[in-house]
Design a protein around this ligand. Structure first.
Ligand code: 13P
Length: 246
């Protein structure tokens, strides 16, 4: 049975003081969470230490929003896996569409980042997804298959998460239809070739669509941007309820 991974990506939001105030509201709301799921918060690098202290004693896990492929060296502005581990980080988002777009990250670089994360015992959350133009020109499957093959090369599929984030659904309020997101996640599972790989959906996930998304057979979690910034809405997302089928 795959454990669901419910992750909040704060992107470039939250000072240390804001992160502490968030934890004060969020942690008590997570007290009785079913153990079929893991909740992860990905603050900006500068708030990791403060949030790590504020989450001490809870089951909430920490993620970074990126990680470098090398252990150290002349890489101004970068952070290594060991630096993250020192603060209790256990996941690392790599290949998000924003660094892919704004920092021209390639699948090959993303693969190196994910490999260095696994080498340091961090779980990479590797993001893939198509643009609206690629979708309308029916290139979705080809684009995602290429990203899966190149970004995930040589990774151990039992220690990673793949996040399917259609770019046109990120921050737009246009959630991908749950059945279509499930179809793509199923294709990703077949391309990875490992039945138990954990696959998330991301893109305008909200408290009012989480239950439908999590009811899908191939969606094992979500990567949430905007709706994770409010501890009450993200708590509702983490407390998703799937209808019982008999
Ligand atoms: P939104 O939930 O704001 O659409 O962002 C999704 C995302 O990019 C998570 O990584």
């Amino acid at each position: 049975m795959r454990k669901a991974v419910i992750a909040g990506n704060w992107k470039m939001h939250m000072t240390c003081a804001e992160a502490r105030a968030y934890a004060e509201s969020f942690v008590p709301q997570m007290a009785d969470l079913p153990d079929d799921r893991v909740v992860v918060l990905a603050p900006p690098f500068t708030a990791i230490a403060a949030l790590s202290e504020a989450l001490a004693g809870s089951d909430i896990k920490l993620s970074s929003q990126n990680v470098h492929w090398d252990n150290g060296g002349a890489y101004t502005g970068s952070i290594s896996a060991d630096m993250l581990k020192e603060h209790g980080v256990s996941y690392a988002i790599v290949g998000h569409s924003e660094p892919r777009k704004y920092h021209s990250e390639s699948d090959e670089q993303i693969n190196r980042r994910a490999l260095s994360a696994q080498a340091a015992d961090l779980i990479p959350i590797v993001c893939v997804g198509e643009t609206d133009i690629q979708r309308s020109s029916r290139e979705t499957e080809r684009v995602i298959r290429r990203q899966v093959e190149q970004s995930l090369e040589d990774l151990d599929p039992s220690r990673m998460v793949v996040a399917y984030e259609p770019i046109w659904a990120i921050g737009t309020g246009k959630t991908c239809d749950a059945a279509e997101a499930n179809r793509i996640c199923g294709l990703i599972r077949s391309w990875v070739g490992y039945q138990d790989v954990v696959i998330q959906y991301g893109g305008s996930v909200k408290a009012d669509n989480i239950d439908q998304l999590m009811a899908q057979s191939d969606i094992d979690g979500v990567l949430v941007g905007g709706a994770s910034l409010d501890p009450i809405s993200f708590a509702r997302i983490a407390q998703y309820r799937v209808p019982v089928t008999i």
